[in-house]
Design a protein around this ligand. Structure first.
Ligand code: AMP
Ligand code: MG
Length: 341
């Protein structure tokens, strides 16, 4: 090692030690739930945690996300789906709670969000090696099954799904729920200000030492390395659903992963939808629903639900057209890229 290299190594070690015991932001990224998950801690309670314990607290939050990832592929959910039409399956309180919430959002969005789309999402297989364009009659069959799907809680530990072939898909809410849980774990362990981000979904809590709001970039739906706008938030969750996230292409057509429950095909109503809510599970599910509804209907509904929202579509000339609630406009720090404003 040359003298210069030794000095550089010593400096790096010093900085590392300093970072361990100071309150500078500490950030870590891991791959979980099929996406990059980043936790950024901005502040913590010295009585509960010291800088040296921070990595362990962050590790616990990542472990919690991994637990939800397993839960989303949960044995419980698999059994409920596999035994549909035959018998009740044992089911825990946590999964029941999440299914309940998903059905509540289905009701609030007039069925634009549906947790029982399993027969359709399985048929298309988007995001898997078996992705394909199904025949029209297959889609009709899946829609018919979905329209008959009933989820019943039999008692506190059993639930059943009917009829045979029915299937719940919590893909539109699980990532957001995992982010909520990670925030809960961090808060519980003494972190007082943090951001947890998983793909297009994130949640922030607590005051940064600088007292500044959190600045959150909303991705540009067609130029993915750019942002469309920046919003400023003190507390809460933001989720974006986009047609660029998971898709396959056949004969020049793009088939993405957000389905219109009325047609059984990927929704063509939007190219991106962003929702802001108290919880990330809520923001996640509403973003999916707003995408399906399209800019006008989504912004009308979001206004009524008092949820800030921004929905973007593309016209025939390839220009972006967007609608936003006034509550969303107020959170924007950067408005120059929105042609509607
Ligand atoms: P997101 O990326 O949050 O918009 O969620 C998309 C995922 O939710 C898909 O991969 C499906 O698993 C599921 N999904 C697709 N369309 C819908 C819908 N209309 N309602 C509820 N879940 C959906
Ligand atoms: Mg979503």
């Amino acid at each position: 090692m040359t003298c210069r290299n030794r000095i550089a190594a010593a400096l790096a070690a010093l900085l590392f030690v300093a970072a361990g015991c100071s309150r500078v932001p500490v950030s870590e990224t891991r791959t979980l739930m099929g996406t990059q998950v980043t936790i950024t801690v901005q502040d913590y309670d010295n009585d509960k945690l010291d800088g040296g314990q921070l990595p362990a607290a962050m590790d616990s939050a990542f472990v919690e996300i991994a637990r939800i990832e397993d839960l989303a592929r949960w044995d419980e959910l698999k059994k409920l789906n596999a035994w549909a039409g035959y018998q009740a399956a044992p089911i825990g309180e946590e999964l029941i709670g999440l299914i309940d919430r998903a059905y509540q959002i289905a009701e609030n969005t007039g069925g634009a969000f549906r947790p029982d789309l399993g027969p359709l999402t399985n048929l298309w297989g988007i995001g898997t090696d078996e992705a394909r364009l199904p025949a029209y009659w297959e889609i009709e069959e899946a829609l018919d099954l979905i329209s008959q799907t009933v989820f019943t809680i039999e008692d506190s530990v059993y639930a059943r799904l009917d009829p045979d072939g029915a299937s719940l898909d919590l893909g539109g809410v699980a990532k957001g729920y995992a982010v909520d849980r990670a925030c809960f774990v961090l808060d519980d362990l003494g972190v007082t200000a943090a951001m947890v981000e998983a793909g297009g979904d994130l949640r922030v809590f607590g005051r940064k030492p600088s007292r500044e709001p959190w600045r959150i970039a909303v991705r540009h739906p067609r130029e993915l390395d750019r942002f469309y706008t920046i919003i400023e938030l003190h507390e809460g969750a933001v989720a974006t659903s986009g047609d660029y996230e998971r898709y396959f292409e056949v004969d020049g057509g793009r088939y993405h992963h957000i389905f219109d429950p009325e047609t059984g095909y990927p929704s063509r109503a939007s190219i991106s939808a962003t929702a802001i809510a108290e919880t990330c599970a809520g923001a996640d599910a509403y973003a999916t629903a707003f995408f399906v509804l399209g800019p006008d209907a989504a912004v009308r509904l979001a206004g009524g639900l008092e949820l800030p929202a921004l929905v973007i579509d593309e016209n025939d000339d390839g220009e972006l057209v967007s609608r936003q609630t006034s509550s969303f406009a107020r959170l924007r720090a950067d408005e120059r890229l929105d042609p509607e404003r």
